[in-house]
Design a binder for this molecule. Structure first.
Ligand SMILES: Cc1cc2nc3c(=O)[nH]c(=O)nc-3n(C[C@H](O)[C@H](O)[C@H](O)COP(=O)(O)OP(=O)(O)OC[C@H]3O[C@@H](n4cnc5c(N)ncnc54)[C@H](O)[C@@H]3O)c2cc1C
Length: 486
């Protein structure tokens, strides 16, 4: 049977690619056509190469409690111990990350170890213990993220390890962020859970935030999306890069035509269905006749943008006691003197990402808002700013830097404040369109990881093929314990 039913997919990130792949492998009459603004696949989970050095847009760990997702990853990149001989393989990496606080490195997640107590000092350790007991006995009414965290960790630990960093990431104080964020991202993580994990008393339940091993493709997370897009094309799908979807023609309940800008040529594509992983805010603006009350909610959905500076170094001050490069994949920077939020050490994600084994390639991460003063700095000024911050916190000396690059990522984080409280109205409106499926992270305005984003695509394909309702798609990663126990 020929593939004569056209399904348009907006975006070649993990969600869009998964949707196309599943439509090809589970039907024999549907032709998925992906339109992607960017020039390559992977969305924000891609790996960019700068003069031979690979850099994720924030290191992307692959972990999931869903077996279908894990099988899908391994279908493209099997686990293999002969890492030098084989190219398309998945590595198992040890998660090792630390927190730079008060000029000292603490284990992440915080461990009940001599090192922690020594770094904190007697006074802070004592205060943390007392505050934790207090917060366990007298729970706050949970309205904000601040209440949520204090109830689980106590005030002292909250002030040390959460308050400043959360504000850095979101640009808002935790007392201005709803508790829903905590419920979704931190879930059941608490000091008592950390203690149970430290004592190995937590049975098989391991909190996602505490997982200590993860999978990672040999040449960066982007390798997975490159392989997946090749497969989609070989199975008969199409992917068009540099091709933004700029308009959608719809009736009150059906998507009819999608307009794309193909290198300056405008084309209209009729489709039987449309799977969209583009930001909901943008989607509603290019659809016809979106009611003004829906637009006023979607236009005020908040996002946090993100920048990174890649630095190739001939040396770094982060060494273990034998003088070798630290094992950290990344380090959280909780130091109010600097704006940088994290440092990723790409050598420790995969040694195959680094061009010269004698060099160190790090990326310094910044959370910001599009068009704020940091975003608008020119590349050289911003790179010099990042270098000066790394010098200030003693990570490098200025003469360690051999090369540098800067990357900007718009809408990296869909945020849960402002009009997000009215998000259900958007969902109800979008659900009226029988043949429209909103998938992925910004596609659902949900703080999804890769596995969640892919799962929304799998459920959307099932719903489309079987004509079932769309609740399962929207519910991915929304329930409190979703994916946490298995
Ligand atoms: C810093 C950071 C670190 C992260 N770390 C992890 C991690 O360790 N593990 C993990 O599992 N997840 C992680 N994530 C989350 C992960 O990146 C996302 O879940 C995943 O990339 C979402 O996939 P997606 O396909 O839904 O969206 P995206 O990756 O955003 O892809 C959407 C695509 O749509 C395209 N598009 C947008 N508008 C249009 C248009 N009009 N026309 C055509 N194309 C369009 C975009 O160019 C993009 O390629 C991280 C995210 C960030 C920001």
């Amino acid at each position: 049977m020929s593939r004569n039913k056209i399904v348009v997919i907006i975006g070649a990130g993990p969600a869009g690619l998964t949707a196309a792949y599943k439509l090809l492998t589970e039907t024999n009459d549907i032709k998925p056509i992906i339109f992607e603004t960017d020039r390559e696949p992977g969305g924000i989970a891609k790996t960019l190469f700068y003069k031979g050095n690979g850099i994720d847009l924030g290191g992307h760990r692959l972990f999931s409690k869903n077996n279908d997702i894990k099988e899908l990853w391994l279908e493209f990149l099997p686990l293999n111990k002969n890492t030098d001989e084989n190219e398309n393989i998945m590595l198992i990496r040890k998660r090792f990350s630390e927190i730079l606080y008060d000029r000292k490195l603490f284990d992440y997640p915080i461990k009940l170890s001599f090192k922690t107590f020594k770094n904190m000092g007697l006074k802070k350790t004592f205060k943390s213990g007392i505050d934790y007991i207090k917060s366990s006995l007298f729970k706050r009414k949970e309205l904000t993220l601040e209440d949520f965290i204090i109830n689980r960790f106590g005030k002292a630990l909250y002030s040390m390890f959460f308050e400043g960093y959360t504000e850095k990431v979101w640009g808002r104080h935790p007392n201005k962020i709803s508790k829903e964020w905590g419920e979704q991202r931190i879930k059941s993580l608490s000091l008592s859970n950390v203690i149970l994990n430290a004592l190995h008393l937590n049975g098989f339940h391991k909190e996602t935030s505490l997982i200590d091993k993860f999978w990672y493709p040999k040449y960066g997370c982007g390798q997975l999306w490159n392989l997946m897009s090749d497969k989609i094309i070989s199975l008969g799908g199409e992917i068009h890069y540099n091709c933004p979807v700029i308009n959608i023609e719809n009736s009150s309940d059906t998507i009819k035509t999608v307009m794309v800008n193909k290198n300056g040529n405008i084309e209209n594509i009729n489709c039987t269905a449309c799977f969209s992983s583009m930001p909901i805010k943008d989607l509603l603006n290019i659809m016809c006749n979106t009611p003004s009350e829906i637009l006023s909610i979607s236009n005020n959905l908040p996002y946090r943008d993100y920048m990174l500076v890649g630095l190739e170094l001939n040396n770094i001050n982060l060494k273990d006691k034998n003088g070798n490069l630290t094992n950290d994949c990344w380090i959280y920077i909780q130091d109010e003197r600097v704006k940088a939020g994290r440092i990723q050490i790409m050598n420790n994600w995969s040694p195959y990402l680094v061009r010269d084994k004698n060099k160190i390639f790090i990326s310094v991460e910044y959370f910001c808002n599009e068009n704020d003063r940091y975003w608008n700095m020119d590349d050289n000024t911003f790179i010099n700013f990042a270098i000066s911050e790394m010098v200030k916190i003693d990570i490098i000396e200025p003469n360690y830097v051999e090369d540098s690059t800067r990357i900007k990522v718009k809408k990296a984080y869909p945020a849960y404040f402002d009009t997000y409280t009215q998000f259900d109205e958007i969902k109800t409106y979008l659900n009226k369109f029988d043949n429209l499926y909103c998938i992925g992270r910004n596609g659902q305005h949900r703080y999804n990881n890769i596995d969640h984003s892919m799962l929304t695509a799998i459920y959307a394909v099932n719903s489309y093929i079987n004509g079932t309702d769309k609740n399962k798609i929207w519910n991915v990663n929304s329930e409190k314990d979703y994916h946490e126990t298995k």
